[in-house]
Write a protein that binds this ligand. Structure first.
Ligand SMILES: *Cc1c(COP(=O)(O)O)cnc(C)c1O
Length: 363
């Protein structure tokens, strides 16, 4: 099987096209009835009382922190191994970051390390990285003991679950992104999910310039509104989400199967799925020997396969983060992980072709 396999590709079909045209023809382009419907259906899907649509995942995290009252003088426990937007909103609200190291098997923040750092902190921001839920039972337990607010970054984990409970419904508040490479997309977009009515009301106000119930502007707000055009795409994508996630899981299972002998020989580390958890593989992270990674990515690229190096710098090493902490496991992951495409338009033959290419380079 030949042809290019790009690093990512959203599935947009006739249903999305029709939904967008209907909105364009309705004359209601800004936030309106489609946004309201998308919020209702997303809340029901995740299993929470309230969902509030915003303009991006970053906006969702920013407003979640503000609605929890996090600001100057507060400390927020964060992971160094994620996209920068898992940390930048903490600095945007004026709070301090406390970086703790990850679990080398799930790549998510380690609950043991959270416990060690929790004293004196105000919130924790676990990321369900690559679509695998963080260790939420422990994180919620520690947070209850230590009085931390739990803000879940579920931007890569739409539909991921633990014992049937969907991520975004487990902590105090959850954040989703609908950027083009996520498990479902609206182009750009985001959602906040919570059972807390007061937090939801704050997010609703803050996303719309801080407007109050009588139309007054007492608090400083933002324009983080979603449009009806985006929400119309989101509604169609939400209907397809479970099927799209199943495709990702099937593709990941093929890779796991094909690469398990290399894993047994210690040449690679295939991703794990903790028992009872549902992984939705926004990315398929594969650890390869660090001295071979550049050559592997280069060779696969030459063959037209969009293999990518994962996050290459822990977030604390980005200039904006201004931190001199060191987290060993995060640094190791930054040197070893590659992302193998598993998005839903790829078929078993694509997966086997990529596995074959990887085996040839590694054996
Ligand atoms: C994509 C992403 C974000 C930010 O979402 P945007 O919609 O791009 O602002 C935050 N955290 C993680 C883990 C992400 O993958």
């Amino acid at each position: 099987m030949n042809g290019r396999i790009p690093a990512g590709k959203p599935i947009i079909g006739e249903d999305e096209e029709k939904a967008v045209l209907d909105v364009l023809r309705s004359g209601q382009l800004a936030s309106g009835p489609m946004v309201k419907k998308f919020e209702e259906e997303f809340a029901e899907y995740i299993g929470v009382e309230h969902a509030v649509a915003v303009s991006s995942g970053t906006a969702a995290i920013h407003l979640s922190l503000l609605s929890a009252g996090i600001g100057k003088g507060d400390k927020v426990i964060v992971t160094p191994y994620s996209f920068v937007a898992s940390v930048s909103p903490v600095l945007a609200v004026g709070a301090e970051t406390v970086f703790v190291d990850i679990d080398p098997e799930t790549y998510c923040i380690s609950s043991e390390n959270i416990r060690a750092a929790a004293d004196g902190c105000d919130a924790v921001l676990p990321v369900h990285l690559y679509g695998h839920p963080a260790d939420m039972d422990e994180i919620v337990k520690i947070s209850e003991e230590e009085g931390l607010t739990v803000v879940e970054d579920a931007c890569q984990a739409h539909g991921a679950s633990m014992d049937g409970r969907k991520v975004g419904s487990i902590g105090d508040i959850g954040c989703f992104s609908f950027y083009a490479t996520k498990n479902m997309t609206t182009g750009e977009g985001g959602m906040v999910t919570t059972d807390d009515e007061e937090m939801a009301a704050k997010v609703r106000s803050l996303r719309a310039h801080g407007v109050g119930v009588r139309g007054e502007y007492d608090v400083l707000g933002y324009n983080y509104l979603m449009t009806d055009v985006e929400a119309a795409i989101g509604l169609v994508q939400l209907d397809k989400l479970d099927d799209m996630n199943e495709c990702r899981r099937t593709n990941a299972a093929i890779l796991n199967d094909e690469l398990s002998s290399l894993d047994d020989q210690g040449l690679v580390q295939i991703p794990i799925e903790v028992q009872g958890y549902k992984h939705v593989y926004n990315q398929y992270p594969l650890r390869v020997p660090p001295d071979k990674r550049t050559r592997i990515v280069g060779s696969m690229r030459k063959a037209g396969i969009g293999l990518r190096k994962g996050y290459q710098k822990p977030i604390y090493k980005q200039k904006f983060a201004g931190s001199d902490v060191r987290c060993q496991e995060a640094e190791k992951a930054c040197e070893e992980v590659v992302w193998v495409p598993v998005y839903p338009t790829l078929e078993p033959a694509h997966m086997r072709r990529m596995a074959w290419g990887l085996k040839k380079l590694l054996e």
